[in-house]
Design a protein around this ligand. Structure first.
Ligand code: DGL
Length: 288
């Protein structure tokens, strides 16, 4: 049995690495849905269906817990899967299985408050409004998940989400740094125009963007705090596992990397981020 980690592509590796560091003995299976990447410009229904298939593949490969290391899938598909499909799936598999997202730990990190906290609507007068800028895919921006969930908890934080259409795909395809830099600058500038100034902090709300976090840092004013997802997600998963020993996550330190796409070498950008060669197996190879 293992922990499954799912993304449309290489973005989830940023989360995966923090999970492995936090839980080195556990067995891990990473699945990149590179046949269908990018997810961010797809319809909600497509995202739900692709995420469901990805989870099934990971459960078939022995996962008992699946972490959606993808904001788009977490924002658009997670609740639907948990309410409509997971119960049936648990019966079929006859073992405890669950799907977890990455938005909750990110909101907790952004607000500094536990998920259960709700803001006092008639609280003290707000003297200062801090602005959080969220960079995300189009589908995540459309879900308004960051605006809604942060607003429920902190009345003194305003959230502006900048949809960066096409950026995850450029990262996935290993675009040149100069191209990526120009694209990111364009989105930072556009967010600045919408807010009327630079944000006070920023969330990289797409796991692919973590791979080029340095370029976001370069185009935001020096010292702008970035809220990174990998650490809070890894801590939340370790806490969850501590509270739920019924999930069997293995203990032999196995690492498997699967792709729904063609067997090809991953981009130099992905390998530089990972710090070494990345070798994935195709699903056919796993099945045979
Ligand atoms: N890495 C994903 C996310 O966090 C998906 C990017 C995409 O496929 O568009 O949203």
């Amino acid at each position: 049995m293992a922990i499954g980690v799912f993304d449309s592509g290489i973005g989830g590796l940023s989360i995966h690495r923090a999970l492995v560091d936090r839980l080195p003995q556990a067995d891990f299976v990473y699945l990149a849905d590179q046949k269908h990447t990018p997810y961010g410009d797809r319809s909600g229904e497509e995202i739900v269906e692709l995420t469901r298939l990805g989870c099934e593949t990971l459960f078939d490969a022995g996962a008992s817990l699946v972490v959606l290391a993808c904001n788009t899938a977490s924002a658009v598909a997670l609740r639907r899967l948990q309410s409509s499909w997971l119960a049936q799936f648990r019966k079929t598999y006859k073992r405890p299985v669950n799907v977890l997202g990455i938005i909750v730990p990110t909101i907790e990190a952004a607000t500094g408050l536990p998920w259960e906290h709700e803001a006092e609507r008639r609280g003290p007068k707000i003297e200062k409004l801090d602005v959080i800028g969220v960079f995300s895919t189009v589908a995540t921006a459309r879900s308004r998940v960051y605006e809604i969930e942060i607003d429920k908890r902190r009345q003194d934080l305003a959230v502006f989400t900048e949809a960066c259409s096409g950026l995850a795909d450029m990262i996935e395809q290993g675009a040149e740094r100069a191209q990526l830099s120009a694209k990111i600058k364009g989105h930072v500038d556009s967010l600045k125009i919408r807010i009327g100034r630079y944000p006070d902090r920023a969330i990289l709300g797409c796991t692919h963007y973590e791979i080029v976090a340095d370029l976001f840092r370069e185009h935001l004013p020096a010292g702008t705090p970035l809220i990174h997802q990998p650490e809070p997600v890894a801590k939340a998963l370790a806490d969850y596992i501590g509270r739920h020993p019924e999930y069997n996550i293995g203990d032999s330190g196995r690492r498997a990397f699967l792709t729904t796409g063609a067997l090809k070498s991953q981009s130099a950008l992905a390998e530089a981020f990972w710090g070494g060669p990345l070798s994935f197996e195709t699903l056919q190879a796993v099945a045979s």
